[in-house]
Design a protein around this ligand. Sequence first.
Ligand code: HEC
Length: 238
Amino acid sequence: MRALSSSKDAQIGQALLAKWREMSPQVRAEATNVMLRGGPDRTRLLLEAVKNGDVQTWQLDPYKPRLFMDRDPAVRDLARALFEQSPAQREQVLKQYQAALNIEGDVARGKEVFKRVCSKCHALDGVGVAVGPKLGTVRNHPTSELLVDIIMPSKSIEQGYETYVVDLASGEILDGVMSAHTPATITLRQEQQRETVISRENIRRMYVSNVSMMPDGLEKQVSIQQMADLLAFLKAAR
Ligand code: HEC
């Protein structure tokens, strides 16, 4: 998959989408990178697949900051139509999920939810990778605040874990959480801890996004009972 990322061959996009559902999360992260770095046609193809339901919206959540800033207005508009939710819509989802605060959660089942949904960016209790902040101390936060952090991630963005959007001289756009940086390079970290090292001389513009990399449509992946389980796990794990 990594070898494919340097090829601009027009058939690669279709070929990858045809295999999309068979991919493991790690391979899918690499394939997403191939789709998003293969020029505007391939990016549009991926978004069309989301629109048609062939690719689930939550799979592209980590790339929202970059998609919203794409140079191609058609890509930007489609991405906003597919992924953007108003604060009022999120408030509505929050209200609905507050029911989880009154349900007894199961820690073991919560760990399974964490593995499935959160572990591509967070590490806790021996599972997952550290792309987002370490969650070992969140058990000290009130559960109701944790729920807000999970349902409305862009409301407050944890310092040091903002998503950077980087415009390259080549016309490509990348996003990710900044990890290592030197006078000559920066390193962006994405889901599954995929890292891209960028030479500073290739950067045209770089800015912090006001959108979190966290999934926005979590309700599509996590039921209210599962949220109660997940909260129980976050409160118990270290
Ligand atoms: C695509 C990567 C990604 C996924 C998936 C993800 N997160 Fe995050 N998370 C982040 C990043 C990056 C931040 C820091 C930016 C922010 O605060 O929104 C963060 C922040 C948080 C915070 C706030 C941390 C603090 O110290 O205040 C919590 C809590 C959290 N995530 C929980 C979760 C849970 C629970 C899940 C699974 C349901 C999840 N996240 C899924 C990337 C992710």
